[in-house]
Design a protein around this ligand. Structure first.
Ligand code: AMP
Ligand code: ZN
Length: 275
């Protein structure tokens, strides 16, 4: 097997191996994305598991039970047991839990990276079950969060355009909580709580490569976070999916990284990475 630059399928659908050249793109995206992020000291990496209680309280287990990956362990006697952790479905959940009970004197902006798991039902191009995400998260007031989400997402969109990726901005219909309820879903779409940047990641396959989410005070309420005035904090996050971005770049510029436009190679540090 010559790894090349494309994802390598495994016997588990939606689970891929990453050849060195693919990783060079992901690594380059990661370094370049830190330019979009706040103070590097406010940056975190999460392990791929999280307390089940956090995911349950945040509403994910209820809204997306079919996507959540749970862990099964066995007691020394062999009895099956579901421990206190689940597979992390999105990077930002650990941040709301980290701020549990906090009172924010000023808005807090963090960046968090993680390998995420979602038990996706299909495995078309760009739909993985295990994938990596970087998220920027803001905790503050209503006045801070929505404009911040829009500004950050616009910056991501400009950044992607500079890498040759034109994206469509679309209001998403599957927001982060209460998706079972059709009325609530329609309302959330109307309120534009989730906005995605869509682009082609393969022939005829358009996927969201980034999303911007405004959660109102949902997580502030659940985790008891308050703003400077003592009111319940609002939160927002902007997420980048590294595999989809790398696939989109490969689709746009071709499988031979050495023939990519000079400025893209430079921004992603590919010269150094590939020699
Ligand atoms: P979401 O929380 O659904 O908005 O996801 C955030 C970002 O993660 C998306 O914009 C994608 O770039 C990426 N992502 C989500 N689901 C998948 C998946 N199944 N496979 C690959 N990337 C994904
Ligand atoms: Zn998020």
């Amino acid at each position: 097997v010559t790894p090349g630059s494309a994802l390598l399928p495994t016997s588990a659908g939606g689970v891929y191996l990453y050849p060195g050249e693919f990783e060079a793109i992901v690594h380059g995206l990661g370094s370049a994305a830190s330019a979009l992020s706040p103070d590097p000291r406010n940056s975190l990496v999460s392990p791929p598991v999280i307390a089940r209680s956090v995911i349950e309280r945040a509403g994910y287990a209820k809204s997306f039970p079919h996507l959540l990956g749970t862990v099964l362990t066995r007691s020394p006697g062999g009895t099956a047991d579901e421990p206190d952790i689940v597979l992390l479905p999105a990077a930002c959940y650990c941040v709301y839990a980290l701020y549990e009970g906090a009172r924010l004197e000023a808005p807090a902006e963090l960046s968090v990276g993680a390998t995420c798991f979602r038990h996706e039902a299909t495995t078309e191009q760009g739909r993985l079950r295990s994938f990596r995400m970087r998220e920027f998260v803001l905790l503050g007031t209503e006045e801070h969060c929505r404009p911040w989400r829009d500004t950050r997402l616009a910056a991501v969109r400009d950044w992607l355009a500079s890498l040759g990726l034109e994206t469509d901005r679309a209001v998403a219909s599957d927001p982060f909580f209460g998706s079972e309820n059709r009325l609530l879903k329609a309302l959330q779409a109307e309120e534009q709580l989730k906005i995605e940047l869509l682009t082609e990641v393969g022939d005829g396959h358009v996927q969201a490569v980034a999303s911007g989410n405004y959660h109102k005070d949902q997580f502030g309420r659940v985790f008891g976070i308050s703003d400077g005035s003592g009111a319940v904090a609002h939160t927002a996050c902007v997420a980048l999916g590294y595999e989809r971005l790398a696939l989109a770049l490969l689709h746009r510029h071709g499988p031979d990284l050495r023939s990519w436009p000079g400025h893209v190679r430079k921004t992603l540090g590919l010269e150094e990475a590939l020699g």
